[in-house]
Write a protein that binds this ligand. Structure first.
Ligand code: AKG
Ligand code: FE2
Length: 363
């Protein structure tokens, strides 16, 4: 008898959160219920005054006066250093494209489960529909459905992706991804200038940059105080671009000064965050900040996230210009492909992924 292939990863049964909502709307299976300290504290009686993440106006960098340019560049550098997050306005990404992508993404999530499961996210992979980063039966699950696609190094049109809607879905995603790519290149140029580096340093270094997109759909949850939409993590990318669905609930939170700060969406803005790769390249000057998503009792939420990263061949390590006696080298050199593999073969675990690269300085 031929041996039955056994997957080395046993993840147990994973409930689809949208189906749970339909069948038993009030039930939250135990696998979604977080332990006490992990639970989001959503109903604080006296919340700390809300700090908002900085806003960058790209048009000031692209066509502002000298003074506007200088002020915006300072604001960009400070955002990357102090927050690792900012919202960008006047970003140049076609807004009707943004809306169209949101529409096709929602159409996808509203398909019957059997349709969506034609592109299953297999255990240990981060592509397709389902839950990513699940590696064991006792791991808590996120209140989220994901649809993730790699678009590397350039978007490859795949007619099998969504057979009933190949044209709209593929074309919209392709056009959107091209614009997001342009935005990332632009932002990296200004980030380099702000660090007093050559403006092309990242583009030249990154080679054929890898781009991946993840659509996260968070259905409303009857007990948002018990679950997380997405576990705390930092992104393995160089830069991440996040678009929140129009009318979505506030869901993204970033970990700043020991508290979880909600990101209040600004209409037509995109949220940008520094990923682990830029943290390493800048020797820790720019931070890849831990973030998570929470759910809402009545409202659902969609986020569309693009990860922009160097070619897998790149050897990554702190840039010599950012290492000196005051800022000794904090990370070792490593191959970016290996880093990515390590990232996707572990569960999301705060900033732990970066330990792969950290040099232990115990003095
Ligand atoms: O949905 C969100 O706001 C967070 C998404 C995110 O952090 C991710 O997909 O990496
Ligand atoms: Fe993220």
């Amino acid at each position: 008898m031929a041996p039955v292939p056994v997957s080395p990863i046993s993840v147990g049964h994973i409930d689809d959160v949208q189906e749970l909502r339909k069948t038993i709307p009030s039930r939250i299976p135990q696998r979604f219920v977080r332990d006490g300290i992990e639970r989001p504290r959503l109903f604080m009686t006296n919340p700390t005054p809300c700090k908002n993440i900085p806003v960058i106006d790209l048009s000031n960098l692209q066509k502002g006066s000298k003074d506007e340019f200088r002020a915006e560049l300072l604001q960009l550098s400070a955002s990357c250093e102090d927050w690792g997050f900012f919202q960008v306005i006047n970003h140049g990404v076609n807004l009707s494209l943004v809306e169209s992508l949101e529409k096709v993404a929602m159409e996808f999530f509203m398909l019957p489960l059997e349709e969506k499961q034609k592109y299953p996210m297999l255990p240990g992979t981060v592509q397709g529909y389902g839950q990513a980063f699940v590696f064991s039966e006792d791991q808590k699950l996120d209140w989220c459905n994901m649809f993730a696609l790699g678009l590397e190094p350039h978007f490859i049109r795949n007619p099998n992706l969504w057979p009933t809607k190949p044209a709209t879905f593929s074309e919209t995603l392709e056009a959107y991804s091209r614009e997001i790519r342009k935005l990332c290149k632009n932002l990296l140029k200004y980030i380099a200038i702000g660090l007093s580096l050559d403006e092309n340093v990242f583009e030249d270094m990154f080679g054929a940059a890898v781009q991946a997109v993840r659509m996260n759909y968070y259905p409303a949850c009857p007990r948002p105080d018990l679950v997380l939409g997405l576990s705390p993590h930092s992104d393995g990318s160089a830069l991440t671009v996040l678009q929140q669905g129009k009318g979505s609930s506030v869901g993204l939170q970033i970990f700043k000064d020991n508290t979880w700060v909600p990101v209040q969406p600004i209409p037509n803005a995109l949220v940008i965050n520094i990923g682990d790769t830029i943290e390493v390249l800048t020797n820790g000057r720019y931070k890849s900040v831990e973030h998570r998503a929470v759910t809402h009792r009545e409202k659902d939420r969609l986020s569309i996230v693009t990860f922009y990263a160097p070619s897998y061949d790149l050897e990554v390590g702190p840039m010599p210009e950012l290492v000196d006696e005051n800022e000794p080298c904090k990370y070792r050199r490593y191959n970016h492909g290996e880093y990515s593999k390590n990232y996707v073969t572990n569960k999301l675990r705060g900033k732990k992924a970066l330990e792969f690269a950290k040099i232990n300085t115990t003095n």
